[in-house]
Ligand binder design. Structure first.
Ligand SMILES: [Zn+2]
Ligand SMILES: [Zn+2]
Length: 265
């Protein structure tokens, strides 16, 4: 379940998506102003290889950006997807069927490539092909957090580089797993053994001696995937469960977002 959507279930675009989030009623990429989601739609697979959305053997979904005529432009929906690591939004993928839209899952954007492909008029143009992966396959493995080194500054540098791809660089050479790990390792090291929510000491040590804290993505409902260290906080298990399962979870999460301003000024 992601945002209450169940994989494989068929929804009504107008009622279940626009009725809930608003957002653009037309087009393949919906970026509601009031919600931290990007809803994307894909048609049936088919057409010539390389010219349409498709699942690759390595588990990546290739998703063509928006722009029907001429070169695609990195703005609006395309930009929202490309900058997911920084904007912290959830990408929800739906497949268009004759009787509705089927929820395919929550995705994370690993990067994108620019590819020559025909536009709607049949002219070759530059198209953005986003490389998306189901977030479930990039779940944060919290068992291999590295022992904190003395060099927090270096960890921090790596974490910020992982979150923000260099300008003009279409695709980071590091995999999303590596980038995600860089952020996580830094966030836990930054906490120096204390929960960044309640400030209590971590309740116990990991087998490798690292204080047990869990990285929590403040702006996303799902932990895992690429993110920005300014919005990932290290929590003790109690605080983490409180955010996700507590009656005051949303409120507490809001408080964490505020305290992040001081933690990562
Ligand atoms: Zn705590
Ligand atoms: Zn969390």
């Amino acid at each position: 379940m992601s945002w209450g959507f169940e994989r494989g279930r068929i929804y009504n675009r107008r009622a279940d998506i626009h009725g809930r989030f608003n957002g653009q009623q037309r087009g393949g990429i919906v970026t509601p102003a009031e919600h931290a989601v990007i809803v994307i739609f894909t048609g049936e697979e088919g057409e010539a290889h390389g010219y349409s959305d498709r699942w690759r053997d390595d588990g990546v979904f290739e998703y063509f950006g928006e722009g029907q005529i001429g070169d695609m432009v990195m703005q609006k929906g395309n930009r929202a997807i490309a900058e997911q690591a920084v904007n912290g939004k959830s990408i929800l993928l739906f497949k268009i069927l004759p009787n509705g839209v089927e929820f395919e899952g929550e995705m994370i954007c690993e990067g994108y490539q620019t590819r020559r492909a025909p536009d709607r008029a049949g002219n070759m143009r530059d198209a953005f092909v986003f490389e998306l992966r189901p977030i479930d396959n990039v779940t944060t493995v919290v068992d291999d957090i590295l022992p904190a080194t003395d060099n927090l500054a270096e960890l921090r540098k790596r974490a910020f580089a992982a979150a923000t791809p260099a300008p003009g660089k279409a695709k980071s050479t590091a995999t999303v797993f590596e980038r995600s790990r860089d952020v996580r390792d830094y966030v836990v090291a930054r906490a120096k053994g204390h929960c960044e929510g309640c400030t209590q000491s971590a309740p116990f040590l990991r087998t490798n001696g690292v204080p047990y804290l869990e990285p929590h993505h403040i702006r996303r409902l799902t932990d895992g995937g690429p993110d920005d260290p300014r919005f990932v906080i290290a929590l003790c298990p109690n605080c983490h469960r409180r955010v996700h399962s507590g009656a005051d979870g949303a409120e507490y999460n809001g408080k964490l977002l505020l305290s992040m301003k001081a933690i990562e000024a």
